[in-house]
Design a protein around this ligand. Sequence first.
Ligand SMILES: Nc1ncnc2c1ncn2[C@@H]1O[C@H](COP(=O)(O)OP(=O)(O)OP(=O)(O)OP(=O)(O)OC[C@H]2O[C@@H](n3cnc4c(N)ncnc43)[C@H](O)[C@@H]2O)[C@@H](O)[C@H]1O
Length: 272
Amino acid sequence: MSTYAIGDLQGCRPSLSLLLEKIEKESPQASLIFVGDLVNRGPQSLQTLHTIRSLGTRATALLGNHDLHLLAVSQGIRKAHANDTLDDILQAPDRDDWLDWVRRRPLAHLENGYLMVHAGVLPQWTVAQTLSLAQEVESVLRGPDWADFLREMYGNQPAQWDNALTGTDRLRCIVNALTRIRYCTPDGAMELSNKEAFGPHLAGFTPWFDMPGRRSADTTIVFGHWSTLGLIQRPNLIGLDTGCVWGGKLSAIRLEDRTLVQVSCPQYQQPG
Ligand SMILES: Nc1ncnc2c1ncn2[C@@H]1O[C@H](COP(=O)(O)OP(=O)(O)OP(=O)(O)OP(=O)(O)OC[C@H]2O[C@@H](n3cnc4c(N)ncnc43)[C@H](O)[C@@H]2O)[C@@H](O)[C@H]1O
């Protein structure tokens, strides 16, 4: 059975439907792993969740920063942004069922030797440690106090990982790495303010995956989140956010042989 990893959907259900048709022709009944940012900014957030959920056990959907944003807005913890497109979920008669489904999704997933996350992995973490740290956050999000955690989740500190971190500082650092990281400083701390692709103006910062001595480098990591970076294909790295919601492409890759499947997407949001 084939397995495809699929990049950021951001509520672009029409593009997801076209992509699934293409995949089905190549590999009927394939397993599908979505690397997060399932909802928001595209036109059909709720319908996107419907489509993923209807795939049943064939689909594994990871949490991204926009999915966490949905949960935070749903609890009145964050205000919706002007370009959010979450109302179809928030006003659905069965919204609590959808929110419960979302908050039970994983933050990291290992399959066929590939590690899947939404944004990235800190250079100090091994693959086993990444999965274990993801589980720490997952168990809080799945538990009764999930909204209390979301209240404490926002903020960029601590930027530097320390195994001795405890409580919400520890969980915030894990969430920021798994769902928001793009760059690191030379000492391996997260730099969370820059979103562009690498250029001379970013000298001093290094993309998380290029950090020297990264302890997960022996495993191929599949990630999304970084639309300005575009498609990345290296022996130990696959970046799949190809800017669907910004008028780019929605991308999927078959993990067994790295066959790429893409659809061109309408532009639903203006970058900048
Ligand atoms: N712990 C936590 N702390 C803080 N926030 C948390 C959080 N957990 C969840 N969140 C939530 O995260 C949400 C998003 O954060 P934001 O920080 O508002 O989102 P963003 O910059 O648009 O990044 P995004 O994740 O969409 O990435 P993309 O590469 O597509 O886009 C990046 C940029 O690239 C630009 N871009 C895209 N395509 C481009 C192109 N073709 N050309 C030029 N620029 C382009 C876009 O304009 C965009 O600004 C917030 O709503 C917040 O609530």
